[in-house]
Design a protein around this ligand. Structure first.
Ligand code: B1M
Length: 217
């Protein structure tokens, strides 16, 4: 196997096997071998993420594996980030995302962020405990294609409705697609509050976002 293919395959396999030390070495070797950082991410690591996503859907991998793959990818990307020339990373769409007001749970949201980034989205992560006003301000500032909200508490999921209403009031609701997720949510709840989509897990969430931006093009 030529050296380029061999290194890309190693990057892919490190994601699938959650090999944090290995991925840093492989990322450095990619740079030394003259592989563009973008190719190392998209043709190496992101391919690994696709495999992890499939294994998760098929029940071979569980949440713990998704988290570990996400952490492994973050470590690999951290080595390559300084070598990404601006403009080199062509983005397929922009997402503003956050955990809603009153809620501090961010493990699931962070997985969604990692998978979205790995899939080519520019992600503006507003963090946790994000008020409706902050979401509206971010939509005005960043003009995203998609707004993503996460909630893990039955007492905070209702705050998603406040965000939808605030976006309506600001005349921004029709300019974005809204996706919601988090353990206590349901498809029905998402419909009731006026969200455009609901995902029970991060992999499906990213698939929905990808469909939305491909339809727009
Ligand atoms: Co909290 N907590 N917690 N907690 N906590 C739950 C949610 C709870 C169910 C535990 C329980 O009682 N069994 C319960 C909620 C009960 C309810 O509302 N009915 C609960 C409670 C009560 C609380 C506190 C109130 C406890 C207290 O202080 N008395 C408190 C609230 C703090 C607050 O937010 N204001 C609290 C605090 C915490 C910690 C800070 C200790 C910690 C969070 C750490 C962190 O996130 N940084 C924590 C944790 C870890 C949990 C549990 C154990 C695990 C949550 C988690 O990370 N799951 C949780 C019990 C449980 O869920 N089994 C629990 C793993 C994660 C990968 O899954 O977030 O569901 P999840 O994300 C998935 C999908 O939902 C989806 O994709 C992800 C990956 O596939 N998804 C999206 C999520 N967001 C999405 C967005 C999308 C698309 C998909 O598009 C935008």
């Amino acid at each position: 196997m030529p050296r380029r293919e061999e290194i890309l395959a190693r990057l892919r396999d490190c994601i699938v096997n959650f090999d944090i030390d290995g991925i840093k070495d492989a990322a450095r070797e990619a740079i030394e071998a003259g592989i563009p950082a973008y190719d190392a991410i998209m043709e190496g690591m992101a391919k690994g993420m696709e495999i992890v996503g499939r294994k998760y859907e098929e029940g071979e991998y569980f949440l713990a594996e998704l988290i570990m793959a996400g952490e492994t990818m973050k470590e690999g990307v951290s080595v390559l980030e300084p070598y990404l020339r601006s403009g080199e990373f062509l983005r397929i769409g922009k997402v503003v995302i956050g955990t809603v007001e009153g809620d501090l749970h961010d493990i699931g949201k962070n997985i969604v962020v990692t998978l979205l980034s790995a899939s080519g989205f520019e992600v503006i992560d507003l963090g946790v405990d994000v008020s409706a006003d902050k979401f509206v301000e971010a939509v005005k500032q960043y003009k995203p294609d998609i707004v993503g909200m996460s909630a893990l508490l039955t007492t905070t999921m209702i705050n998603m409705k406040k965000v939808v209403e605030a976006l309506k009031e600001a005349g921004l609701k029709d300019k974005v697609k809204i996706i919601v997720g988090g353990a206590p949510l349901t498809e029905e709840f998402a419909r009731e509050i006026g969200a455009d989509g609901y995902a029970p897990d991060a992999v499906l969430g990213v698939e929905i976002c990808k469909k939305w931006v491909s339809v727009k093009r």
